[in-house]
Design a protein around this ligand. Structure first.
Ligand code: HEM
Length: 154
C-alpha cells in the first residue's frame, strides 16, 4: 500500500494557452455573410415564355459556376440555363459545359445543337433571362465554300 504513504502530489505540467490547439473550423455564426452559399434559382415552368422569365444581372450569373456556388449557370441568347444536374447526362460530356460556367456560350452552343435539342433538353433548364453576359471567345467566321456566311449577295 505504498501509494497510501505518498505525502506530496506529483508535479503536473498545466497546459498553457499555447498548448491548446486552435479550432480548425469556424462556427456558422462566425462565417462572414459574404461567403454564405448563394441561393439557387428554380427552373421555370415549360409554359413560361422567355420574355416572362425573371431577370438576373450578368454579374450574378458570373458568380454561379458550380453546385456549391448556387448552381452552374450558362447563357445562350440571353436565356440562363442551370446545367448543374444535366451535366452528368450531357451527351457531349461534362467538361465542355463546365468550361462555360457563369458565361455566355451562344455561338458555341449553336455549332453543336439545333432548335430541337434546345427545345427538348434546354427548355426545362431555364431559370432566367439576362443581358450583357460575356462570351470569352470571339466567334470565328463561318464559310460555305469560299463565301462567308452573312455576306451580301452581289
Ligand atoms: C443548355 C445546355 C445544353 C444542352 C441542353 C445540351 C444538349 C445536348 C444534346 C441533347 C446533345 C446530343 C445531340 C445529338 O445527339 O445529336 C448534345 C451534344 C453535344 N453538346 Fe450539348 N448541350 C448543352 C450545352 C452545351 C454546350 C455549352 C456545349 C459547348 C459547346 C455543348 C457541346 C456539345 C457537344 C460537343 C456535343 C456532342 C455533339 C456530337 O457528338 O455530335 N453542349 N448536347
Amino acid at each position: 500500500m505504498g501509494w497510501l504513504k505518498r505525502t506530496s502530489h506529483p508535479t503536473v505540467n498545466h497546459a498553457t494557452s499555447e498548448d491548446i490547439p486552435k479550432p480548425t473550423s469556424a462556427h456558422i455564426e462566425h462565417i462572414p455573410s459574404g461567403t454564405a452559399p448563394l441561393p439557387r434559382y428554380p427552373a421555370a415552368p415549360l409554359s413560361t415564355p422567355d420574355a416572362a422569365l425573371q431577370f438576373i444581372p450578368a454579374e450574378e450569373i458570373a458568380k454561379r459556376t458550380s453546385a456549391e456556388s448556387g448552381g452552374l449557370l450558362i447563357v445562350v441568347d440571353d436565356i440562363v440555363y442551370d446545367c448543374t444536374q444535366f451535366l452528368s447526362e450531357h451527351p457531349g460530356g461534362e467538361q465542355v459545359i463546365r468550361s462555360f460556367a457563369g458565361t455566355d456560350c451562344s455561338w458555341q452552343f449553336w455549332r453543336f445543337h439545333g432548335k430541337k435539342e434546345m427545345q427538348e433538353f434546354g427548355r426545362p433548364l431555364r431559370v432566367a433571362r439576362t443581358a450583357g453576359a460575356k462570351n470569352r471567345f470571339k466567334e470565328p467566321p463561318r464559310y460555305i465554300g469560299l463565301r462567308r456566311l452573312g455576306d451580301e449577295w452581289d
